[in-house]
Design a protein around this ligand. Structure first.
Ligand SMILES: NC(=O)c1ccc[n+]([C@@H]2O[C@H](COP(=O)([O-])OP(=O)(O)OC[C@H]3O[C@@H](n4cnc5c(N)ncnc54)[C@H](OP(=O)(O)O)[C@@H]3O)[C@@H](O)[C@H]2O)c1
Length: 394
């Protein structure tokens, strides 16, 4: 990649620099300006801290995004993964003003995101179907992750919940998982799944049998890796005793950090990636405008504790007194503030963020460039205590 001309802040503003080199300012941070060069299809970071030309780091979208190997696999996944629960629509996300799956995948690809998460129950098959269609002709450009165990089509398994007129049961028996995979492959019009996650681990069902099914699927080439979700560290121990789980996908956020904190040592022990879901708590951490919204009873966001007092007032106070000043200090969005905080909590972390709009994907990608000062990381955690909850069941 060709290096751009030296920039000397004593002589030239960033705007003059952009005009001279043919770029435009993509966005600003306290310590850097990201400059886009559309004609060359690259994005470059111009450090504002030091003045030497070595601080001008050429960066295309692949070096703009960060990648990490998932667990003990050879799958190189973008640190940010795109969650597509909302793509399924239904009553859980009532404001279903969705962008098309094509637009979401294009926005993801534009920022170097190659890792997509879905599940059969997201919209009762709809999220998988829409993704499958959008992935035609570009399946090999993405790591596709879906789930198994929760189903709404059969009577077998343990009752989990009722939604949109369907009864959803959980079944982690080997035969159930094999059937789930066949149905997902067909809905997504693909012959392999990169990562399969057991959606709700059933701790009373022998892990050995479930893992035997997952390992069979790996041998047959129908999946490339597997992991578990909504589980406990003891479940990871049990799965790892019989196979090679690559990751756990668990709820974790500044507002509910305790499950993750208790899980990190188990991930380190088994070299498993810790994949976060809910880092933005379904929108409650995306800005003060999100508070005091009214949701229909079936909307998943209505039943989160932050929709009630005293949590609502506690969040409002934090937005006013801590979070807004921090976004001003770092010139960042609220989402980026909490995403950057999350990324700093564990090394081997995958940040799964749900988006239904290209704009939110593009904004999220910017969090990788945000380095929060240690005292601000500490401040965020210490001041959040009054609005934190210990357990969440999503
Ligand atoms: N294993 C499980 O049981 C489980 C449970 C829950 C979720 N998940 C997975 O994890 C993914 C993420 O979880 P989630 O969707 O519940 O919650 P989330 O990622 O905490 O929050 C998603 C919400 O944040 C908004 N958002 C995202 N980036 C934003 C940005 N940069 N600026 C402003 N708003 C932004 C989204 O907006 P828009 O939608 O309007 O774009 C959406 O409303 C899901 O999609 C799903 O794939 C798994």
């Amino acid at each position: 990649m060709k290096r751009i001309a030296d920039h000397d802040r004593n002589r030239e503003s960033e705007d003059q620099f952009c005009r001279r080199t043919g770029g435009h300012i993509f966005y600003r941070r306290s310590h850097a300006v990201i400059i886009a060069y559309p004609s060359e299809k690259v994005i470059r970071t111009l450090s504002l801290i030091s003045l030497s030309s070595d601080d001008i780091i050429p960066s295309d979208k692949e070096s703009f995004m960060k990648y990490r190997t998932l667990g003990n696999t050879n799958l190189n996944a973008s640190v940010i993964a795109l969650g597509t629960w909302g793509l399924g629509g239904g009553s859980v996300w009532e404001d279903t003003d969705l962008s098309s799956a094509d637009n979401l995948l294009s926005a993801a690809a534009d920022c170097g995101i190659n890792y997509i998460d879905t599940a059969p129950v997201y919209g009762m098959g709809r999220s998988e179907e829409l993704l499958g269609r959008a992935l035609r002709g570009k399946r090999d450009k993405f790591l596709l992750q879906t789930k198994c165990s929760l189903n709404w089509r059969r009577e077998d398994g343990i009752f989990k919940y009722a939604r949109d007129g369907y009864t959803v049961n959980n079944n982690t028996e080997k035969d159930a998982i094999l059937r789930d995979v066949e149905e997902s492959l067909s809905r997504m019009q693909t012959d392999y799944i990169d990562v399969l996650i057991v959606h709700y681990v059933n701790s009373s069902w022998p892990a050995e049998e479930t893992v035997a099914g997952l390992e069979d699927l790996v041998r047959e080439g129908k999946i490339r890796a597997y992991g578990i979700s909504n589980s406990q560290p003891a479940d990871l121990d049990a799965y790892a005793a019989h196979g090679n789980p690559a990751l756990v996908q668990e709820q974790y956020s500044l507002l509910a950090p305790s499950h993750g904190e208790s899980y990190f040592p188990a991930c380190t022990k088994h070299h498993a990636t810790f994949q976060v879901y809910g880092a933005l708590e379904e929108g409650y951490l995306t800005g003060p405008n999100h508070l005091y919204r009214s949701y229909k009873p079936g909307d998943i966001r209505a039943r989160l504790p932050w929709n009630t007092e005293p949590y609502q007032s506690g969040l409002k106070k934090l937005y006013d007194e801590v979070w807004t000043p921090l976004t001003e200090k770092y010139h960042c969005s609220y989402a980026n503030l909490f995403e950057a905080w999350t990324l700093r909590q564990y090394d081997n972390l995958s940040l799964l963020i749900g988006s239904r709009h290209p704009e939110t994907i593009l904004d999220t990608a910017r969090c990788l460039d945000l380095e929060l000062d240690p005292e601000d990381l500490k401040l965020l955690l210490e001041t959040a205590e009054p609005v934190q909850v210990k357990e969440l069941d999503k």
